[in-house]
Design a protein around this ligand. Structure first.
Ligand code: NAD
Length: 249
């Protein structure tokens, strides 16, 4: 039997990058998947694309109902949608702080709230939040993003405490720099994209960027009954950045 046979997952931000890799890995493991995204892409028999914005509670409530109606319930939520502003506290204004907090932090609360009635009916309920190495690494020019991802780590532990009695597990992943369209966009904005990419690769002890599929495999583990005794954890998928704390390039 495949790891997610018979289970239904919802992946926010599933239209691109890590979220898309999660949706593909989940389908490969036997799940049916609702992809919730402002740009959700195309569907298949096992993938229902649903336009939804994690800053809009009503769109999330409608999306969960659509996924449950199509696939018969919801067992797994991957809170992956995220955005990032660059700069120091001197560069970011109030509107940018509120926008990043709204998507990266409150978006997880809204999405999980919308899914809760369905998770409560599942016997394999799991939530996987997407934090980042930025929660712990002290990355320059990422103060706003780091604050939101630190909050995701903290709220993962609190959510796990709130729902452990109901059999709903809550964990998060903390990726290093992952090869996704997001990183491509950041590199394209620099003066020397190839040099900046080499610097990012050297920053990770394994000497390369993390592949989106490697993150998806970690999410799949935390979402699957195979990790049934694991809750309130943060799993780094970061090429050794957190554990080795080597001097960075
Ligand atoms: P990506 O830009 O490739 O994909 C993000 C997806 O989220 C897009 O499809 C986008 O449309 C969607 N999205 C954005 N705002 C949304 C909203 N308000 N409502 C619904 N969907 C929305 O990015 P990615 O690199 O795959 O990143 C995914 C997650 O992983 C983010 O939370 C990010 O912080 C986290 N992360 C990424 C990296 C990395 O290096 N790429 C590292 C650590 C953590």
């Amino acid at each position: 039997m495949a790891e997610l046979d018979g289970l239904v997952a919802v992946v926010t931000g599933g239209g691109s990058g890590i979220g898309r890799a999660c949706a593909e890995a989940f389908v490969g493991a036997g799940a049916r998947v609702g992809v919730l995204d402002i740009d959700p892409g195309d569907g298949t028999d096992a993938v229902l694309p649903v336009p939804a914005d994690v800053t809009d509670q009503a769109s999330l409530d409608r999306a969960m109902a659509a996924v449950a109606e199509r696939f018969g319930g919801i067992d797994i939520v991957v809170n992956n949608a995220g955005i990032s502003s660059v700069g120091t506290v001197a560069d970011n204004d109030d509107a940018e702080w509120h926008r990043n907090l709204d998507v990266n932090v409150v978006g997880i609360a809204r999405t999980t709230k919308a899914a809760l009635p369905y998770l409560r009916r599942s016997s394999h309920a799991a939530v996987v939040n997407t934090s980042s190495i930025a929660a712990t690494a002290g990355l320059p020019q990422r103060v706003l993003y780091s604050a939101t991802k630190g909050a995701v780590h903290a709220m993962t532990l609190a959510m796990a405490a709130d729902f452990v009695g109901e059999g709903i597990r809550v964990n998060c992943i903390e990726p290093g720099t992952v090869d996704t369209p997001w990183v491509g966009r950041l590199l394209a904005r620099t003066e020397d994209p190839a040099g900046e990419r080499a610097r990012l690769e050297a920053r990770q002890p394994i000497g390369r960027l993390v592949a989106a599929d490697e993150v998806a495999r970690a999410v799949l583990y935390l979402a699957s009954p195979a990790s049934g005794s694991t809750t309130a954890t943060a799993l780094p998928v970061d090429g050794g950045m957190f554990g080795l704390r080597l001097p960075r390039a």
